[in-house]
Design a protein around this ligand. Structure first.
Ligand code: FMN
Length: 200
């Protein structure tokens, strides 16, 4: 088996404010790096700035930095802009992608480092992978998911309804499928099924 399936691939790994899922996502960053990827972390303003019950901002910044093995973190709109003209990334991932960032992406708004990075990256016609994590994904945000499913160069990490009893409108990406989704997106394919059975 190929131990380094992402050897030399430059991945922009963007995190947005689904704070409860950061602990699931950080190990995926480390796994991609161990698979040979060169990771550029990108933080939304909320991940950069908020202290929440899931951990304070410095803790998560440090966790991301260790997982990616870099202290170079993009956390301003100005720092994200060169991703476009300098073609800095082979692929970009937004994981977790909050309902807020999902809606703005669908509307063409670029007012955070993550959204600016996505806008800059997409101008180069390169793949963008989205890993949804939102309580309103099947409500206010469902139309935005539909819009983005229909957009070129965008790929979704398959998602599940994580709590049909208490959060019937919630969808969450299957983190185990993040790396396979990236591998397929690099070849221009969306892995299926997009609505999947929970595996973890
Ligand atoms: C503790 C906490 C947990 C949150 N969890 C989520 C979440 O899981 N999914 C989501 O879409 N928004 C969640 N939010 C709301 C977002 O953080 C908020 O909409 C923020 O503006 C997102 O900005 P960003 O997309 O630029 O990171 C949470 C907020 C807080 C304070």
């Amino acid at each position: 088996m190929n131990q380094q399936p992402f050897l030399g691939i430059r991945i922009g790994f963007a995190l947005t404010g689904s704070f409860c899922t950061l602990s699931k996502v950080v190990p995926q960053i480390a796994q991609l790096r161990e698979g040979g990827a060169i990771i550029t972390p990108i933080l939304s303003f909320s991940v950069r700035d908020y202290n929440t019950r899931f951990g304070d901002r410095n803790y998560w910044r440090d966790q991301v930095s260790r997982a990616a093995a870099t202290i170079e973190i993009i956390d301003t709109i100005a720092a994200a802009e060169p991703i476009g003209p300098r073609a800095l990334l082979d692929i970009m991932v937004i994981a977790p992608c909050s309902g807020n960032s999902l809606a703005k992406l669908a509307a063409g708004i670029a007012d955070t480092p993550v959204l600016m990075a996505a806008k800059a990256h997409l101008r180069n016609n390169r793949p963008l992978v989205i890993a949804v994590s939102s309580n309103d994904a099947l409500a206010a945000n469902f139309s935005n998911i539909g819009t983005l499913l229909n957009r070129k160069h965008l790929y979704f990490v398959p998602f599940v309804q994580d709590d049909t009893e208490l959060k019937p409108n919630s969808l969450i990406a299957d983190w185990q499928l993040l790396a396979p989704t990236i591998a397929a997106a690099l070849k221009g394919h969306q892995i299926q099924p997009i609505f999947c059975q929970q595996t973890d």
